[in-house]
Design a protein around this ligand. Structure first.
Ligand SMILES: Nc1ncnc2c1ncn2[C@@H]1O[C@H](COP(=O)(O)OP(=O)(O)OP(=O)(O)O)[C@@H](O)[C@H]1O
Length: 436
């Protein structure tokens, strides 16, 4: 399930591709046959579609195993891969010993020291895993976000390409794909910087020029704590169910931690046009779900009718009433699903008026002064003026009970706009339940 951190990667890649007029590829990394299920890929597609992050091509790694095997043979012929037999426990022990001696925990290439006889003996009892042999030299690239980068090949462990159970890992598969699919730019989180050093050598060993890389800062929680998939509330599915507007989430992700402000942007083309990877900083970017919710409410209120017409139809607002309804109710919403309650009020009335005892006589008088329907934009002003003259009440003491009588609520849309939409039955009397 995608979370906001993964989404950050998707949004930046999408903007880069769209701005350059390039091709945005959705690549499903499903080489782990045990863990890969169609429902996860479906959820990813659903999340991206919800946000409008359309892709031009889809590729699945599970259909390309023979390509990865061919690349492995190329590396084998060039003696750039070697078999290792250590168990995870043995590797952990080596790491601990190195750390205890104050050494960096880099794989010691013990497998290269084995004699043929030792190797044969190990093969009898263990399945090997396969490592890529790094050249121990500095690896350099000009990162589109981080600027000139250098990773020392001697400071990283030879990366594992295939695990002992035969499972192919992302490190090799993604390089092979990038070469064969003509990938020009790889944008991903800063957790991949070291990995990029290793992968650049794999590109070169396969005779290909590496693509351009951009590593964005990782998102953290509001207190700087790490985000992880396990923080369920930050999955896209949960944000969607929590009423976050897709346009708001997109704009938030497109700008957070950049030199441009997070603004209400109901048209993604504007975000794409202003995008430049150089605008993003290196320090971790704080993500605050509460800020996102506020930004979402602001975005929702700014959405034009055309952007919400389908959803208004879905809650039963007829086309002819949509413009007036959205004008009245839209500016008052925090999340779209609240609109259904307001539409129910328009259709069905407020139900029991539930007027406080001290206001019952006042509301009784007021209801008798209601102008006849149909109500227009002037009706609220005319009614409240008449009630004011008849009762002498003014300000909050005048308006609040009248709002409550007509809507059953103490807060809500501007009454002058809402009143013409109220078609449902009104309270028959201030004290009793709604009448016909
Ligand atoms: N907190 C984060 N902030 C920004 N980007 C992130 C964050 N976490 C992951 N990413 C990015 O999301 C992309 C997908 O990464 P990956 O599948 O490893 O996600 P993950 O959530 O870290 O997964 P896992 O829990 O399986 O390690 C990568 O580009 C990675 O850098």
């Amino acid at each position: 399930m995608l979370h906001v951190g993964n989404l950050r990667t998707a949004v930046l890649n999408w903007m880069l591709a769209r701005k350059a007029g390039g091709t945005f590829i959705l690549r499903i990394d499903d080489t782990d046959t045990a863990r890969s299920e169609a429902r996860f890929a479906d959820a990813i597609r659903r999340d991206l579609e919800w946000l409008g992050l359309t892709w031009d091509r889809e590729e699945r790694q599970s259909e390309r195993f023979e390509r990865y095997a061919a690349a492995t043979e190329t590396l084998r012929a060039a003696t750039r891969v070697y078999e290792c037999f250590e168990t995870p426990l043995e590797l952990e022990l080596k790491r601990k010993t190195q750390l205890a001696m104050g050494k960096p925990p880099v794989y010691d290439r013990g497998a290269l020291m084995l004699t043929n006889a030792e190797r044969e003996a190990l093969r009898e009892t263990r399945n090997p895993h396969l490592r890529f042999l790094l050249e121990r030299r500095p690896i350099e690239w000009d990162d589109l976000i981080r600027g000139p980068q250098s990773v020392d090949g001697a400071s990283i462990s030879d990366p594992v390409l295939y695990r002992a159970d035969g499972q192919l890992l992302y490190t090799l598969a993604s390089v092979v794909d990038d070469i064969e699919m003509g990938v020009t730019h790889v944008v991903r989180g800063a957790d991949h910087v070291t990995n990029t050093g290793a992968q650049i050598q794999i590109f070169e060993a396969l005779g290909a020029a590496p693509p351009r890389f951009a590593h964005h800062a990782l998102l953290t929680g509001p207190q700087g704590e790490a985000l992880s998939k396990r923080l369920g509330t930050l999955s896209l599915a949960d944000l969607r169910e929590g009423g976050v507007e897709p346009a708001a989430l997109l704009a938030f992700m497109a700008r957070l931690g950049s030199s441009l402000p997070v603004e209400v942007a109901t048209d993604p083309a504007a975000l794409v046009a202003a995008f430049d990877p150089g605008q993003f900083g290196l320090s971790p970017t704080r993500f605050d779900a509460e800020e996102l919710r506020l930004h979402s409410a602001k975005t929702l209120r700014a959405l034009p009718l055309a952007a919400v017409a389908d959803r208004l139809s879905a809650i039963g607002v007829p086309e002819a009433r949509q413009a007036a309804f959205w004008e009245a109710v839209g500016p008052n919403l925090d999340r779209f699903d609240e609109a259904a309650g307001w539409w129910a009020l328009c259709r069905e009335g407020p139900g029991a008026a539930d007027i406080p005892a001290e206001d019952i006589d006042f509301v009784e008088t007021a209801l008798a002064l209601l102008p006849p329907r149909p109500w227009g934009p002037e009706s609220w002003g005319a009614w409240t003026e008449a009630v004011k003259r008849a009762t002498g009440r003014k300000g909050r003491a005048l308006f609040q009970p009248l709002r409550r009588a007509l809507t059953g609520r103490d807060r809500g849309p501007e009454m002058a706009r809402l009143m013409p939409l109220l078609e449902g039955p009104l309270p028959a009397s201030a004290a009793g339940p709604a009448g016909g």
